[in-house]
Design a binder for this molecule. Structure first.
Ligand code: N01
Length: 926
């Protein structure tokens, strides 16, 4: 095998693991001229493919893509025999690679690392092996894989069984002959689903113990896809490039088709095509919104369940095998060969552990609630302590003896999934916070290895010897990883992605779901920005450019990209009329916002003519009057109308339970300052006087507004205070304009590139107010008297030029004793929080706004007149507003247009509103 003849005392780099990542890391480091020593507890190369030898073990990414791409000659030299290669063939491939590049001479097999300790004095790692040797190295790299540490089966009595015990993850090298035996398999993840059909061929009786039914589609294994081979043959480099810059690590055009809006025929056609294709990334790409929209996901899941019912003859067994209780794709889906068909065999039986849990493993079998089973062999296919297990279990101690296990007690924390603060020169390949298990592993591995190799080369060239991420950069990346997950359905499942399969493991979404392409870009950007977020030291000095590489919410970034791609003219280059037309056209294509109980349009008398209003009444109980919120739309006093903020008003109404009356006002330049402010005050006076007729509770009135609407909302509060009425309980100011000073830092930081620009803001001011008026408190309320204003909720968005004036207003209000709730819209722009139905990450901010609104209003018994409120018209008094009962529901064409826009977003993952309070909760049976 040509292994090393002796263990070196000191090398540049120690790598642990000789699987796909460790072998390529060794190859790349050698190219840099570094001395490397690789340790692996296995008897040969292969990593996961060395250990997972159970019958039926195969890759489930097509072999055309599940291979190294760094050397075209290697690709020419190896031909895969099947679309999905078996474990022996993949192991042969890795042996072939090791031999071809002479890698074994730097690999010690059957060598377990027992501890690794950073020596701050020497700036070296001290690695101790099970053989008692110590190796010192500058860099320590864990290439230990994501699914390499088997989970110990958390089942009572596992050591009592007297028969044969097998683990799929540690299958005997000599194989296991189960011919004629009574066999139990526990677990129906990928390993169980791949092995069960083959075990069934040998066993005389097979009983499968299933806790969670899993989604699986047929692999349709056979020769490698002719289409992929053709593409590779014609343009190998182009194909590999496309893979590297794809979402999942396989070239694939993401679909635009939304499950919720596609016709039955289109849904069926797309699904059947994916079923026939037999590729994971195909079934994950049936609908653009399946990972984010529960309704779309249900459509797909039900089509898979139909297939299961059509394959499995016994209806009761079919029902048990039909996954329920988790969305498709939120636990890793499987590819199988004859899995569901296996249950049609007379000697195969399925036990549903939800109904009949295991009480204990006994000496001769398994005892479940109500039934005992006798077995000759038990196979545990119970999975892994995924992603973090192999790292925290490796006894790694960084600076000041800090152990990785202790640092990650509440969940992993890593910058780019590559390094973690406090552990200098310690790298993880495919670590938590990198795409790894959500991608084609080989592509992600090559990217990580290439990045680390480049980093070490750059350090050497610039005279640095240590590298370590900063706490700020690390926490920023962790946040980004969680933000990306939060806009999808994945965190809703009890999956190993969430650490939920291991009792006591913290629940944190472990991999990065933003995509291989987005991740690669982030890593490249870090380098481009002088290793942003890393501290490097050495003879070359001490260098640290601290910062966060991705601060924007992922769906906000997608919206910005989308808008940039549309190439719309900047509003400030248009006439007000054209700008209004453009706004209206854009608004017509949005998702419509949630249904509410009732929407009525009407007009109220303003100081200079009628003002249109739209009243939103929440659905559902309690019947009777509600607190009333008078809302003013945004648009820089120039743009906007009742339609422009309609989805937001629906959302506020539905979330807060208050009735919302959105009132239009005169716009500039036709009606300049202070027309808008005067109209707003008149509207609030009128709403207060007509609260009962509007279905409001007298005395429970708040104001709200976004942007310039927030400006006139708070000016109204100042006016109401001065006029000693009406009484306003609270004000919600979303990204408000409260000052005309455009020199605050947020203007410098965010004045360009985030929709509301400095130029546009200037355009608004120029249309609205003469320079002499811009300091007037009715234009710049921050400069007014703030004493005695009502409780206030202010939303300040990170990427908003108006951020700092919003914060300044909050501080000024606090200073005079006004209760203030300052809500930071983390990673948002001036407009994104209001993009209901498109920007999912805005939902928690709007939930906070709704909570603030509820807090404004004293809990009150419904008033007597409440009973008759629900019957519109009954309460109408002379002069009271006409209730038109025109309910604006999402109409067909509107939904379709909105869907077209939304699908563009959805291509990249975002689309449908979802937040924890809104998902239909599953009843967990565990
Ligand atoms: O493990 P799993 P796996 N009592 O965790 C059940 C990759 N892989 O080895 O879902 C009863 O998916 C558990 O039930 P539940 C692939 O990424 C790839 O199968 O927790 N049951 C589940 O059914 C895959 O996702 C390939 O309710 C218990 C099963 O055991 C990952 O590895 C092949 C239990 C474990 O499923 C892991 O797959 C194989 C208990 N106490 C694996 N504890 C390829 O094709 C656990 N279970 C490339």
């Amino acid at each position: 095998m040509n292994e090393p003849s002796s263990v070196p005392e000191q090398v540049d780099v120690v790598v642990v693991g000789a699987g796909f990542s460790g072998l390529y890391m060794l190859y790349r480091l050698r190219q840099l001229g570094l001395s490397v020593y690789v340790l692996d507890s296995a008897g040969d190369v292969g990593g996961t493919w060395y250990w997972n030898r159970y019958p039926g073990a195969r890759c489930d990414v097509p072999t055309t893509d599940y291979a190294y791409s760094f050397d075209p000659e290697l690709e020419k030299a190896w031909t895969w025999s099947e679309k999905y290669a078996t474990q022996p063939e993949i192991l042969d491939y890795l042996r072939f690679v090791a031999d071809r590049y002479g890698l074994r001479s730097d690999i010690e097999f059957s060598a377990t690392v027992t501890s690794a300790r950073w020596d701050e004095q020497e700036k070296r790692w001290r690695i101790t092996t099970g053989h008692g040797t110590e190796i010192r190295c500058r860099y320590y790299i864990m290439a230990t894989g994501c699914l390499s540490l088997p989970k110990s089966p958390d089942i009572e009595g596992t050591d009592r069984f007297a028969g044969q015990v097998y683990f799929t993850s540690r299958w005997p090298h000599e194989g296991a002959d189960l011919t004629g035996q009574r066999v139990a398999v526990i677990g129906t993840g990928s390993s169980g689903i791949q092995s069960i059909p083959l075990i069934a061929r040998q066993a005389s009786q097979l009983t499968v113990f299933q806790r969670t039914a899993n989604f699986s589609i047929p692999a349709h294994n056979g020769p490698a896809s002719a289409d992929r081979l053709k593409q590779l043959g014609e343009d190998r480099d182009g194909y590999r490039h496309a893979a590297r810059w794809s979402r999942g690590g396989i070239p694939m055009e993401p679909t635009d088709v939304l499950g919720v809006t596609a016709s039955q025929a289109v849904r069926r056609e797309r699904f059947e095509a994916a079923w026939e294709l037999g590729e994971l990334f195909g079934i994950l790409n049936v609908f653009a919104d399946q990972a984010v929209n529960p309704a779309s996901n249900d459509i797909l899941a039900e089509m898979i369940r139909e297939k299961i019912r059509s394959i499995v003859k016994d209806p009761e067994t079919a029902e048990m095998l039909s996954p329920k209780g988790h969305y498709f794709g939120t636990k890793r889906p499987c590819l199988d060969t004859g899995y569901f068909e296996t249950y049609n065999m007379p000697h195969v039986r399925l036990v549903d552990l939800r109904k009949q849990p295991i009480v204990s493993i006994t000496e001769d079998g398994i005892e479940t609630a109500g039934q005992s089973f006798g077995f000759d062999a038990i196979v545990y296919a119970t999975g892994f302590d995924a992603m973090t297990g192999p790292l925290v279990g490796a006894n790694v101690a960084g600076r000041d003896g800090l152990s990785l296990k202790a640092k990650w007690e509440a969940g992993p924390s890593a910058y780019l999934g590559l390094m973690t603060a406090g552990f200098p020169n310690f790298f993880m390949l495919t670590g938590p916070g990198s795409p790894s298990v959500l991608s084609n592993m080989t592509v992600s591995i090559e990217q990580h290895v290439d990045w680390v190799a480049r980093c070490l080369k750059d350090m050497r060239e610039e005279g640095f010897e240590t590298i370590e991420p900063t706490a700020l950069a690390e926490s920023g990346w962790n946040q980004h990883v969680q933000d990306c997950a939060a806009i999808t359905l994945l965190p809703t499942a009890d999956s190993w992605y969430m650490g939920a399969n291991v009792p006591g493991k913290p629940r944190v979404f472990l991999p990065y779901i933003g995509g291989v392409d987005a991740y690669r870009q982030a890593c490249d950007d870090v380098v481009e920005q002088g290793y942003l977020g890393f501290r490097m030291t050495g003879p070359g000095g001490d260098r640290c450019r601290d910062g966060i590489i991705r601060r924007m919410q992922p769906d906000v970034a997608m919206v910005l990209e989308f808008l940039a791609a549309m190439g719309l003219p900047p509003l400030d280059t248009l006439s007000p009329a054209d700008a209004r037309a453009l706004m209206a056209a854009t608004a017509a294509t949005r998702p419509p916002g949630p249904e509410v109980g009732e929407v009525t349009d009407g007009v109220i008398p303003g100081p200079s003519g009628d003002l249109p209003y739209r009243l939103y009444r929440p659905a559902g109980p309690p019947e009777g009057p509600r607190p009333l919120v008078v809302y003013f739309h945004g648009g820089g006093w120039v743009l906007g109308n009742l339609d422009s903020d309609d989805p937001l008003c629906r959302d506020l109404c539905e979330r807060s339970g208050a009735a919302v009356i959105s009132v239009n006002y005169r716009h500039a330049p036709e009606a300049r300052f202070p027309a808008a402010a005067l109209d707003a005050f008149a509207a609030v006076q009128w709403a207060d006087a007509n609260a009962v007729e509007l279905g409001g509770i007298p005395g429970q009135l708040a104001v709200a507004g976004w942007s310039a609407g927030a400006n006139i909302a708070t000016v109204t509060c100042q006016q109401a205070r001065d006029a000693r009425g009406p009484h306003i309980c609270g004000q919600v100011l979303i990204c408000p304009v409260v000052d005309s000073d455009m020199t605050r830092p947020s203007y410098q930081e965010n004045g360009d590139g985030y929709i509301l620009t400095t130029t546009l803001m200037r355009w608004f001011w120029d249309h609205y107010a003469d320079p002499a008026d811009r300091g007037h408190p009715r234009a710049a309320p921050l400069r007014g008297d703030l004493q005695g204003l009502p409780s206030t909720c202010i939303v300040a968005a990170d990427f908003d030029p108006l951020r700092d004036e919003g914060v300044a207003y909050a501080r000024a209000l606090e200073a005079v004793g006004v209760p203030v709730r300052l809500t930071r819209a983390r990673g948002h722009t001036h407009t994104s929080v209001t993009m209901v139905g498109t920007v999912i990450s805005g939902a928690p901010v709007r939930a906070e706004i709704a909570e603030a609104l509820r807090d404004f209003f004293p809990a009150a018994e419904p008033l007597e007149h409440g009973r008759s409120w629900a019957m519109p018209g009954r309460m109408k008094r002379p002069g009271a507003p006409e209730r038109q009962n025109r309910t604006l529901r999402a109409t067909g064409p509107r939904v379709v247009t909105a869907a077209v826009v939304a699908s563009r977003y959805a291509r990249q993952g975002a689309f449908h509103e979802r937040d924890p309070g809104r998902n239909p909760p599953f009843v967990r049976e565990k």
